[in-house]
Design a protein around this ligand. Sequence first.
Ligand SMILES: *Cc1c(COP(=O)(O)O)cnc(C)c1O
Length: 432
Amino acid sequence: MMNLARSKSLAAYDRARKLIPGGVNSPARAFGAVGGHPLFIDRAHGQYLYDIDGNRYLDYIGSWGPMILGHAEPRVIESIVRAAERGTSYGAPTENESRIAELIIAAVPSIERVRLVSSGTEATMSAIRVARGATGRSKLIKFSGCYHGHVDSLLVAAGSAAATLGVPDSPGVTTGVSNDTIVLEYNDTVSLRQTLDSLGHEIAAVILEPIVGNMGTVIPTQEFLTTLRSETKRHGVVLIFDEVMTGFRVAYGGAQSLFGIEPDMTTLGKIVGGGLPLAAYGGRADIMDQVMPAGKIYQAGTLSGNPLATAAGATTLEILRDESPYEYLEQQADRLGQGLLKAANAAGIPAQLQRVGSMMTLFFNDGPVVDWPSANRSNRQRFARYFWGLMDRGVYMPCSQFEALFFSRCHTPDDISTTIAAAEDVLRSMDQ
Ligand SMILES: *Cc1c(COP(=O)(O)O)cnc(C)c1O
């Protein structure tokens, strides 16, 4: 074990904590779920992160999803530099906005029109407003453990850092807002059907992660998905797939292309911006054409469709389309998943490996994880020891049991073997 120096990161964290709440600009970065202090990053290249103490880590976060091509992909960087030389923002239309819109519409068949925004949160917030405006209804259904950004009405029983920190409801979210949100359990087809039967006429939208990443990786049953599609259609409810994480990750066309289910609206983020702040929401033309200025539902953004972000995003999508890394990612992900599970089994540690493509979670859990109550039974203390053990061996995993790991096409078969060997070492030496 390496016992890596971390004193510069600790000093940087002490400085940041006096200036920024908790020292970070997004809570998951603070390592709150695993203890200790975060590492401050100096730079990243390919499959590696380098911290300010000079340590190198194999990166399994990839900026929490976006970096599927690896860090600092030369063509993406060049597109950003070229764009920056022509000015960084105009507040006027550019051709690159149509270029990326065409790429999105070609990739995701259920999207007929798309609007660009700057974060996943903005995408889900806007999609919900549009669904409410289009239906004239106010209530929403979301699922416990699904995270859709920090939108007030969706910050109820949310996953990601909210789950990690045990804050299902945030102070500052009014009961007036959360009263319009109905929370159901993921994969619970019966209560979904019952709720739509009794309240369908009041419900504007059902929003979900079509493969959950934000309570760890949780996979929907086919029955759950087909019921969602048929019952929302029957009740005139807008079905929103939040593919901010899964879009261009589990397949080029997202989770909906894997399952063959077409939602009415889709939100995208993370990969779609190629590592810059860009996200999108889109869907059926008859719904999206109600967005201003085509229609009356207001939504706007000073930096929306920013030239640097559209350059990075469009270049990333073109590379993914033309050089499809998905088969390679699937092969390596299969090896990694099997290797991690075997390592846990060999050490006599109860574990579940849940995976779709290059998105997976090793749950320290006795049984399959199908929803938030079952995810919540995972052994967090064991996860924290596993996390720090891997860190000490130069492997940077997501710092919570309730997050998915991601890797990139830069991760070599040797990197995957190294990671499995590190996990074997950590789990073998872990006292039960
Ligand atoms: C990350 C994420 C969001 C929020 O995106 P931000 O860009 O962080 O605002 C929304 N939905 C899902 C499914 C996500 O994974």
